[in-house]
Write a protein that binds this ligand. Structure first.
Ligand code: MG
Ligand code: MG
Length: 259
């Protein structure tokens, strides 16, 4: 069955999406060499609770924190810790909220100070691939077209797409059907319908696509130790154009002020 939201539900989801977007911007203010990833988690949790919402990830399947913080060769689901950010790190921050019965979910990969040209390129093109995917989130299109747009964009640079983890529809549950893969073929997969709300979240490796999970049951790393980047936005599929519910505008305003 198609997972279609009403206009009213989409507006509540937009509130969640904007809160997540603002939370990431608050976290962005603190990202610099010398700060622990645990501190970023505390900033996010306080900000979410101060805005009458709950952290969406805390306790989700037993996850211990508000943010997933994934450094360098960590693809996703890193756990905040006493690790101190260092110049040259890249750090993916993934944040969820729950408010008025619905979830929000968004991620952004940050540079800590100056990073290598390869890291810079990986981040830039991973984010670009997300926007390529969003362009395809229109009624009547197939999911495979969206997936293909992401995959073909990053593979032209020799980067690779993680297969085991994918984007997802979102609503009263964090992860709903259908899946939103970051690899695929045009003309395949479910048809997109106006009112579907999906999280598009390319997870892209500088080296090979293979990954493994650490013994903590969460942290996912690249098998070859190469860097990985991750960006995520929530969009409602539209008749002619996707309605992008979350935004990187707040984050990027903070980053532009810093530089
Ligand atoms: Mg996420
Ligand atoms: Mg997600």
């Amino acid at each position: 069955m198609d997972n279609i939201k009403t206009d009213g539900e989409i507006e509540i989801m937009r509130e969640n999406a904007l809160l997540v977007s603002r939370t990431l911007a608050e976290v962005a203010k603190y990202i610099e060499p010398g700060v622990s990833t645990r501190k970023l988690d505390e900033v996010a949790e306080k900000y979410i609770r101060d805005h009458n919402a709950e952290p969406g990830f805390l306790g989700y399947k037993g996850f211990p924190n508000t943010l997933c913080i994934s450094l360098n060769n960590v693809v996703v689901h890193g756990i905040p810790s006493d690790y101190i950010l260092r110049e040259g790190d890249i750090v993916s921050v993934d944040c969820g909220t729950k408010m008025k019965g619905f979830y929000g979910d968004s991620a952004y990969t940050f540079a800590v100070g100056r990073v290598s040209p390869e890291a810079e390129k990986l981040m830039k093109e991973t984010k670009e691939s997300l926007y390529k995917g969003i362009e395809q989130a229109v009624e009547g299109n197939r999911m495979g077209n969206l997936s293909y747009a992401i995959q073909s964009h990053v593979e032209q640079f020799g980067f690779s797409v993680v297969r085991e983890m994918v984007g997802h529809a979102i609503g009263r549950k964090m992860h709903e059907r259908p899946d939103v893969p970051n690899y695929g073929r045009k003309g395949r997969g479910p048809y997109l319908r106006s009112g579907m709300v999906i999280c598009i979240e390319p997870m892209i490796n500088l080296g090979k696509k293979e990954i493994f999970q650490e013994r903590d049951g969460w942290t996912v790393k690249t098998a070859d130790g190469s860097l990985s980047a991750h960006y995520e936005l929530t969009v409602a599929v539209g008749k002619d154009k996707a309605d992008v519910l979350s935004t990187f505008e707040f984050v990027e305003n903070v980053l532009n002020k810093k530089s």
